[in-house]
Write a new protein. Structure first.
Length: 607
């Protein structure tokens, strides 16, 4: 019966109950060796005789690989697996249980639930992933809901139809000699303490008796080289705006002592919030940035720059669009664990919808720019004074017929009084680039990619020390398809060249959704993040490393897999701005497929 549920265990443990798979022994289905079961959990409940009620007669834990026959048992049947940090940190594990009975069960109840306990005395319901906090274990966000019906109220010697966890349309059956119903649970782990954890099945308001012992798993000490904390988990209130995907704005920053995150509360009012974190313990309470206009549900344009040793935040805020529209700019300086904000400044331009950006050049002048309302024209303008947003020079423009106000645009400060503007051409499916100065305006428009690219599947970062801009993009106009390509801009010569190609294959590219490609620079090394589909809707976070600098570097031969993040889309990953310690890879991962008001933000890093 070791064909019981599997999953990828990790940080938020959520579970979705889906019913029924073929029940066979561990050797019959997986053929894998039995791992160390871990410490003895102690005596379980008394073994009841077969009665006229349901009884849990067997159980087994699995990983979460689809199809069902490819699952690997984590331990023998009725044996506790030892779950190390690779499972408990933001992944899913499947628990399969066998329910049997002697006679008919007189009840109209058609679903079961799962509970967990650390001592087999005090039991807690495994909660739905959305709207809950403080639970060690959660229902995974899988294909079936937690209230899925049982296949039958009367379990007979005949085969009983059920539902497979990953795909609700795939039916399985119980072997005739196994008199009962097999149920799969997908469980997501949200940082339980170490020790032995027990699970029991509740049906018709009663905990089912067990023939051997309650299903249980042993959680070992966490691997502190991969640490997860949570921020913004006040469910139903403050939460993460889904607009984290809007490109390489510095929404996460490290100032040498603290990490800072800027995000949006999309409740009854739109408000930009920020927190700090020293790298251990809890995040600070949220602080807000007041703004006199609505704030576009998270499409803020934060840019953080180290100016003369002071980490300085620049924000482009506002919601209105069109010619002559006024938006607001704010400058703040990080001082210890606080940000001191200057007065709000108004700036007027022809703002489009999403294609607006902010950056800082090497002369410490702030640039804003983007695509004009209605598209077709790219604009930029520079501040009149360094390290200030009090006034701006006249607008500079360049015609670009395929430029769209609904696609992301970016302003990258380069030399003193020079910026690069990146935007997407919807008609040619190209990433376009032009340099601009206040004195000379826009130069010639250049195509960055050498083949067509999807409008979201690209990302960039800047290496000022070695003098390069890196753009990583897919070579397909179909979302989530194709392979990744690297293009490198040499700042001194102002020439784009082809970098070494990353490894090809489905595991080395953005996966689904309107995803961008998150990239992060540490020293001379470039990290490109992914979510990998490794079973139904479950995804894992991984990255490829490029050892630079410049275009002559080398890629890892395969991605490094770090955690299972359930239904975490790639566009919910945001990397930190340059300045991260050289021994740390950092990414923000928003738990869930569509985090919005009330959605948690999980911070993950790897040494």
């Amino acid at each position: 019966m070791c064909a019981i549920v599997a999953g990828k265990f990790g940080l938020l443990l959520a579970l979705s109950l889906l019913v029924l798979s073929l029940l066979a022994s561990c050797s019959k289905r997986s053929g894998s060796p039995e791992p160390d079961p871990g410490p003895d959990p102690g005596p379980g409940p008394a073994q009841p005789p077969c009665t006229d009620t349901l009884t849990l007669t067997a159980w087994c834990f699995f990983d979460d690989v689809a199809p069902d026959g490819a699952m690997t048992a984590l331990a023998a049947e009725n044996t506790a697996p030892s779950l190390a940090s690779g499972y408990i940190q933001n992944g899913i594990v499947r628990l399969r249980v066998m329910l049997t009975q002697c006679d008919a069960v007189a009840s109209t109840e058609r679903s079961v639930t799962l509970q967990y306990s650390a001592d087999q005395n005090e039991w807690t319901d495994i909660a739905a992933q959305d709207g809950q906090v403080g639970h060690s274990f959660l229902y995974a966000d899988g294909a079936a809901s937690s209230g899925s019906s049982l296949g039958s109220l009367r379990l007979t010697n005949a085969e009983t139809a059920g539902m497979y966890h990953e795909t609700s349309t795939v039916r399985e059956s119980i072997a005739a000699e196994e008199h009962g119903l097999e149920l799969d649970f997908a469980i997501k782990c949200h940082w339980p303490t170490t020790g032995t954890w027990y699970f029991r099945v509740v049906w018709d308001g009663q905990a089912l008796p067990v023939l051997t012992s309650y299903p249980h798993a042993v959680v070992t000490a966490a691997n502190r080289s991969h640490t997860i904390t949570s921020v913004g988990n006040d469910f139903g209130g403050e939460g993460l705006s889904e607009e984290l995907r809007q490109g390489d704005f510095k929404r996460v920053w490290f100032d040498g002592a603290n990490y800072w995150i800027f995000y949006t509360y999309t409740g009854t009012t739109n408000s930009l919030l920020y927190r700090h974190w020293p790298g251990n313990g809890e995040w600070s309470a949220p602080a807000s940035v007041p703004v006199s206009d609505t704030t576009d549900n998270g499409r803020h344009r934060p840019w953080v720059e180290n100016i003369g040793g002071t980490h300085t935040v620049f924000l482009l805020l506002g919601n209105n669009q069109g010619r002559g529209v006024t938006r607001f700019l704010r400058r703040g300086t990080i001082a210890g664990t606080a940000i001191v904000w200057d007065d709000e400044r108004a700036v007027e331009a022809d703002f489009g919808d999403e294609a607006n950006a902010i950056g800082v050049d090497d002369g410490d002048f702030v640039w804003i720019g983007g695509v004009e309302n209605g598209g077709g024209t790219v604009w930029a303008r520079r501040a009149t004074s360094a390290n200030s947003v009090s006034a701006f020079q006249p607008v500079r423009t360049v015609a670009s017929a395929g430029a769209s106000e609904t696609r992301a645009a970016h302003v990258i400060g380069l030399g003193s009084d020079k910026a690069m503007v990146l935007w997407y051409d919807t008609s040619a499916t190209d990433i376009l680039c032009a340099l601009v100065t206040d004195a000379g305006g826009f130069g010639a428009i250049t195509t960055v990619n050498t083949v067509g690219c999807h409008d979201q599947d690209w990302g960039f970062t800047v290496d000022k020390q070695s003098g390069h801009v890196y753009v990583v993009h897919t070579d397909s106009t179909t979302n989530g398809a194709g392979n990744l390509k690297l293009r490198v801009f040499h700042i001194a010569s102002e020439i784009w060249t082809n970098g070494a190609n990353p490894p090809t294959g489905e595991g080395n590219r953005p996966f689904g959704g309107d995803d961008h490609t998150p990239v992060q620079l540490i020293g001379n090394d470039l990290y490109v993040f992914f979510t990998l589909a490794d079973g139904g809707e479950d995804r894992a976070v991984a990255f490829l490393e490029y050892t630079g600098p410049g275009a002559a570097g080398t890629w890892d031969s395969s991605p490094t897999l770090h955690s299972g993040s359930g239904r975490c889309n790639l566009d919910r990953i945001v990397t930190v701005g340059p300045g991260t310690p050289a021994n740390r890879v950092l990414a923000i991962v928003a738990a869930g497929d569509n985090p919005n008001s009330g959605g948690p933000i999980d911070l993950e890093w790897w040494d």
